[in-house]
Write a protein that binds this ligand. Structure first.
Ligand code: SAM
Length: 718
């Protein structure tokens, strides 16, 4: 696309500004004092261009003229071309400028700019331009633009028009009266502007002209601030009326099952629902490979032409905050006028109710130190990263600015990081030369699926539509996060590059009933991760756990409270220390974090340590394999008395852990019943679930203790 094709221009009839609009100079300072050439040109020829048109051209001109000096330089043009997804070489930029630069000063002034947009063009090129412009509005690709399509596109670009206004715009050019604009009508409208306009009706003329210029320029004038509003009623989207994502995916060559619809899904925000029964195994959504939004590619591991500033910033993001890296790309696309992904991005939530955005009081309301630590760490990172980003953006040439000249702050970075952490998928594979790679990506529409541990849909990355069929098939049952999918067959080295080219599908795992939501499993995660990354808490989450520090003094206290005489966690004997080292609970760089709850109930390393330290003699322990000592299903491997001491110690640990929460579950529930803010509610739900997880561990172990105790009694009696 060349400079000219940024604007599909009307054929010149009397192309000038000033006769009809003597006030142009007043509306654009650059067109008068600073640019006498423009001022004098105003008096030459009459024009049919309305004030509204000139005002719009003026807006577009200002968008190009980043430094506001009243002329568009080659670098300013380059920046806007890049932001429209059309990076151009210096040579191309110079040639575009010279095409238009009638006074030969190497810049485009406002007069030249107006001329560019009003004079005639070579018809083949004009036709191509018109086709491009038409296809933007013909969302369903059926060859005509309906009022709804016009409405959708203009609204998605931030134009607050009503559907009636769109009908009026269409009425102004709809020569066959079918209520739609065909390409022929579109062409006539663009080339002649006033052919179907009642000359007596200035209003209609203006409407039609507005339609033409709006349709062409909306994409260039829409400014998308990168702010993150403090609050909005969920699920407010970035654009008040985002375009229909299903139509967009289909238009991009993807497939969406005809019974799949976007709808409000109970309290989970928007979701995908089945409008009729869908049989098991049906393809639900197929995304072509150009639709996912990702940061880098397999070859460069992070640079697919993304400009170097973005790359440098991404390098400053620690690995565990990978969502921020892709977030930078998302923010760049959000800021980019004419971004390919705008229909998707405009439908993303405007705000995220996750702890980094909670008021300080609600962060405290979480009452759980490991999560408070994570939240504070993320907040600190965002504040530090804001400084790094601001510094990196200082004094950048417009061409090099990754966010279209907009400043970026901690809240916009937080928005991007949250959008990614709550919606991105990580695809796993192997690198060409060993090691693993994963490619976090945002999958438009697929990410409208909500979460369930009993999903009715699954993601499959598949090699379809290509002749190298089924070289690689990766099943993603737990696709959102840290669960490594299975490769159904081995991958040869030459296949690896193919992997990221695969189309991505969602298939029905079970029969889906009418009105059922389509649910994916985001992963077998605890509530800390669900809250931190997604902003929700799952009641009775079977994977929820609590984190403790393996600490000798704490364990001695717990053991004594459990009635164990003289425990020696604080001073284990050398043979016990040796095993603790193997368990990474002692020695160099120990991993002291251990968990209770979840599917393991007592984390294997902690269980083995308790069994070993509470064991009487080295011989009994040495007879056992370490893996057996780590297993809950190995029944009392070191004897019933040892197992009883272990379980009672863990129960006492649970009591100590519960004591760290300042409120009891009953108090929490009573607070909830009084009605609190969304973030307070989430924080309270979270701490209730944490306490419930601890109580579940205690209940389970108490049952086991009773069983063991009765066995012990039976043995003693027998
Ligand atoms: C990948 S998006 C799914 C689409 C989302 N509901 C929307 O309105 O765009 C993930 C977000 O959906 C919501 N969500 C998904 N599954 C949920 C669940 N089981 N419980 C509560 N909220 C859920 C959360 O807000 C989460 O951050």
């Amino acid at each position: 696309m060349g400079f000219k094709s940024l604007f599909s221009r009307k054929k010149k009839s009397s192309p000038d500004v000033a006769a009809a609009h003597p006030d142009v100079a007043a509306t654009h300072p650059a067109a008068s004092a600073a640019h006498p050439a423009a001022a004098s040109a105003h008096s030459r020829t009459p024009s049919f261009h309305s004030r509204a048109q000139i005002a719009e051209l003026d807006q577009v001109f200002k968008k190009f003229d980043v430094n506001g000096d009243g002329k568009i330089s080659s670098s300013e043009l380059g920046a806007i071309m890049s932001s429209l997804g059309q990076p151009s070489s210096d040579e191309e930029l110079n040639s575009m400028i010279s095409e238009v630069d009638s006074d030969g000063d190497g810049f485009i002034n406002f007069k030249e700019f107006v001329e560019l947009n009003t004079k005639g063009v070579d018809s083949a090129e004009a036709l191509e331009n018109l086709k491009d412009a038409f296809s933007v509005y013909d969302i369903d690709g059926n060859g005509s633009i309906s009022a709804e399509e016009l409405y959708e596109v203009l609204r998605s670009l931030g134009d607050e028009c009503s559907i009636d206004e769109c009908r009026q715009m269409i009425g102004g050019v709809d020569s066959d009266g079918d209520g739609m604009i065909s390409f022929e009508e579109f062409k006539v409208m663009m080339m002649t502007g006033s052919r179907y306009i009642d000359p007596a009706s200035e209003g209609m003329k203006c409407g039609s002209t507005m339609a033409a210029s709006k349709m062409l320029m909306a994409s260039f004038t829409a400014f998308r601030p990168l702010t993150c509003a403090a609050s909005a009623s969920y699920p407010a989207r970035l654009a008040p009326h985002p375009p229909d994502l299903i139509k967009w995916v289909r238009r991009e060559g993807g497939f969406v099952h005809e019974a799949v619809k976007i709808a409000q899904d109970s309290s989970f925000g928007l979701g995908l629902v089945a409008s009729e029964e869908i049989p098991k195994g049906s393809e639900l959504i197929v995304l072509p490979e150009h639709v996912p939004l990702r940061f880098g590619s397999i070859e460069s591991d992070g640079g697919d032409g993304v400009d170097s500033v973005l790359d440098d910033l991404a390098r400053l993001v620690p690995e565990e905050l990978w969502a921020m890296k892709l977030g930078l790309k998302l923010l760049q696309e959000r800021a980019k006028t004419g971004s390919f992904w705008w229909p998707y991005i405009s439908s993303l939530p405007e705000t995220f109710n996750i702890p980094i955005f909670f008021p300080g009081e609600d962060i405290k309301n979480l009452q759980y130190a490991p999560l408070l630590y994570q939240v504070n760490k993320r907040c600190r990172f965002l504040l530090d990263f804001e400084k790094e980003v601001k510094h990196a953006l200082e004094n950048l040439k417009p061409n090099d600015h990754p966010f279209g000249g907009q400043s970026v702050d901690a809240s916009s970075l937080g928005w991007a990081m949250s959008a990614v952490s709550s919606r991105a998928f990580r695809l796993y594979g192997k690198k060409l030369r060993g090691g693993n790679y994963d490619i976090p990506m945002m999958l438009p529409l697929i990410d409208m699926c909500n979460h369930s541990f009993n999903p009715n849909a699954a993601i499959v990355q598949d090699q379809d539509n290509r002749n190298m069929k089924m070289l690689v098939k990766v099943l993603f049952y737990c696709c959102f996060f840290n669960v490594i999918p299975e490769f159904s067959i081995g991958i040869a080295v030459e296949d690896l590059l193919i992997e990221i080219l695969l189309s991505i599908q969602v298939v029905a795992e079970t029969e889906i009933k009418e009105n059922d939501g389509l649910a994916l499993n985001y992963g077998c995660l605890n509530n800390d991760l669900f809250l931190l990354d997604y902003g929700f808490v799952i009641p009775s989450n079977p994977y929820d756990s609590i984190e403790l520090k393996y600490d000798g003094a704490l364990l001695d206290a717990a053991s004594m409270a459990a009635g164990v005489s003289s425990p020696n966690f604080n001073a284990p004997s050398p043979w016990q220390k040796e095993i603790l080292c193997q368990l990474k609970l002692d020695g160099e760089a120990p991993l002291l974090k251990v968990c209770l709850g979840g599917s393991e109930l007592v984390e294997g390393r902690l269980l083995a340590a308790l069994r070993v330290v509470l064991a009487d003699d080295i011989e009994t322990v040495q007879k056992q394999d370490l893996n057996k000592l780590k297993s809950m299903s190995a029944e009392a491997p070191l004897g019933i008395a040892n197992e009883l001491a272990v379980f009672r110690t863990v129960i006492a640990l649970c009591v100590i852990a519960l004591g760290h929460f300042p409120t009891k579950i009953m108090e929490d529930e009573s607070l909830l019943s009084k009605g609190v803010s969304d973030s307070t509610e989430l924080a309270i739900q979270f701490r209730i679930q944490k306490k419930s997880a601890i109580i579940d561990v205690m209940r389970n172990l108490t049952r086991r203790v009773k069983l063991l105790a009765s066995k012990e009694t039976a043995t003693a009696q027998g």
